[in-house]
Ligand binder design. Structure first.
Ligand code: PLP
Length: 365
């Protein structure tokens, strides 16, 4: 007889999610470039809408999320009935795993992929299957080679986190064409708004027409509303109906919803953020490239961060500690198989120049 409740065995196999830090080992507050937050803040319109919700704290939110879904549908040309919202897109990813995978099933994600996929997979007792990358980029053929009779879901972030790499529309179409129709393809577009060119709604067109595609989006990155936890997804009516069965009825707040709806109307803030990010991401990657003889390399990024590889004398671990001493927290991901890389969020102009100068100082020893 056991003496205490035993968690399901697959639960204890979950490696806990480690969030980006905002203080150093000795508790100093430093520049946080570890969570891909918007360095320009959020839209003033979103702030005002959030404050305006202060007089409805006693009310439950609208469990159908009607106003949010209708606003999103109008903006993206979608069917509001096929939109699902969540407490961040993290919740939508968990709903997908919960509705479509369970013990004995396999769920595929790439080697250097978003940590939530593995957690969501294990949480429902399914088995994660890891597809190798192609020099840090998503390799469609490698994913297709992992498919078995037990595969139920394929998670692909595009751009990917923590690599920042972008998989072109044609490659995503080839991936989709190679999957059985009973496999759910989840296209996680948390960074869609940062992609240069007109690819933003590429995956959305696939979700519109294909019965086995779920696209997820978030207000946490470009819209600068990470604190308010608003994410959403688009899929067939059948997929959405299944996810609805297991959702928490009130997973997003009135204030957060009001902020999100207002944020959608502020195109200037989005355009300004996109331009700022494109400018400083290009500058930062270029400057890292100049340290190539010291073994540094920037993985090509279409997101709001850059993965810097340390393949010379200066290790990523030493650089991580050195940057912390210099007042910058970035993301070192040995737990995700990346002991040789640092993921660095593009900050304000001052922050981005500052972290680059600190890296250069470490390289020059
Ligand atoms: C940040 C991020 C998310 C978004 O998370 P939220 O729960 O919406 O804040 C989803 N997927 C990836 C790949 C991310 O990097």
């Amino acid at each position: 007889m056991t003496t205490a409740p035993a968690p399901k065995p697959w639960i204890m196999d979950i490696a806990p999610y480690i969030p980006g830090r905002s203080t150093t080992d000795d508790g100093r507050k430093v520049v946080k470039l570890s969570s891909n937050e918007n360095p320009l803040g959020t839209s003033d319109a979103a702030r005002a809408a959030f404050a305006g919700a202060a007089h409805t704290l006693e009310r439950y939110p609208d469990a159908s999320g009607a106003e949010l879904r209708e606003t999103l549908a109008e903006m993206h040309g979608l069917d509001p009935a096929r939109i699902i919202y969540g407490n961040g897109s993290d919740e939508v990813l968990h709903l997908a795993a919960g509705a479509f995978a369970g013990p004995g099933d396999e769920v595929i994600h790439v080697r250097y992929g978003f940590a939530v996929y593995e957690i969501a997979t294990r949480r429902v007792g399914a088995t994660p299957v890891i597809a190798p990358d192609n020099d840090y980029a998503t390799d469609v053929d490698a994913i297709l080679a992992c498919v078995t009779d037990r595969t139920r879901i394929v998670f692909v972030a595009n751009p990917n986190n923590p690599t920042g790499t972008y998989t072109p529309k044609a490659e995503i179409a080839r991936l989709h064409a190679g999957l059985r129709p009973d496999i759910l393809l989840v296209l996680d577009h948390a960074y869609a708004e940062y992609i240069e060119g007109d690819a933003e709604d590429g995956g959305m067109a696939l979700a519109e027409s294909a019965p086995n595609v779920l696209v997820t989006r978030t207000f946490s990155k470009m819209y600068g509303l990470a604190a308010e936890r608003i994410g959403w997804g688009y899929a067939s009516a059948e997929i959405v109906a299944a996810m609805h069965r297991i959702r928490l009825p009130f997973s997003i707040t009135i204030a957060g919803t009001a902020a999100a709806i207002a944020a959608l109307s502020d195109r200037d803030f989005v355009d300004h953020t996109r331009a700022h990010n494109a400018q400083w991401r290009a500058w930062f990657a270029d400057e890292i490239g100049k340290m190539g003889n010291a073994g540094l390399r920037a993985v090509p990024s279409q997101a709001n961060f850059v993965l810097v590889l340390f393949e010379g004398d200066l290790t990523a671990e030493a650089a991580y500690k050195g940057l912390m001493d210099a007042g910058y927290i970035v993301r070192w991901l040995p737990g995700q198989g990346l002991p040789n890389g640092l993921r660095i969020t593009i900050g304000t102009a001052e922050e981005t120049q500052g972290v680059l100068a600190a890296i250069r100082a470490l390289v020059e020893g």
